[in-house]
Design a protein around this ligand. Sequence first.
Ligand code: AMP
Length: 221
Amino acid sequence: MRIVFLGPPGSGKGTQAKRLGQKLAVPQLSTGDLLRSAVRGGTELGREAKNYMDAGRLVPDHLVTQLILNRMQQKDCADGFILDGFPRTKVQAEALEKALKVNRIPIDVVIDFDIAEKVLVERLTGRRVCPNGHGEWHIKFRSSVLSGFCDVCRALLIQREDDQESKIKTRMEQYRKDTEPLKKFYEARKLLRRIGATGNPAEITAQIEAALPQPPPAPAP
Ligand code: AMP
């Protein structure tokens, strides 16, 4: 199944993409993770993307689109994927639609994460991440076992540059201006399903599962 997760920063798309990806045995394709990995690796793309990311602004469409379309070519995507953080603009949504059309593998469903902005700010400002990309924790809701250090590599957890309050404002503005209009784009294609993204992760996963299209019944013997 090919699924798009649409929602503002901090709405839990990453957490849910990991949970659902495991259940459905399809990979989570997070453009944010791919970009951060390029930054850590010091690649040309990483160097280009870093300033935009640190400022809380969107990385130019052509860079992100190329990155994700390449990733989608890999073998593990043959049976589907969950797109987490892509598309984020109409240009990206159109490029995705075009690429999938060529391969005759359309998107099955777009899950829209509905959540109040007040909750998002609390989630983002309290988030702490492993500098080596091993995951994320929260000062209030999810502490690491070795409080303040990564459970995997024991590095000191840090706050993402773009999780500072001033940058969050920019990210929300970008979301409203560029990404929110995609709801209409996918509504027009009858692909959009809205879920309430406040509550415990298991409940939210259950809502998403209920919103997924059901496979056609097996033919009678
Ligand atoms: P995320 O981890 O999804 O919050 O993404 C972190 C940052 O990566 C964003 O604030 C953008 O700077 C960049 N980014 C991630 N996905 C995209 C995208 N689809 N288009 C443009 N920039 C992106």
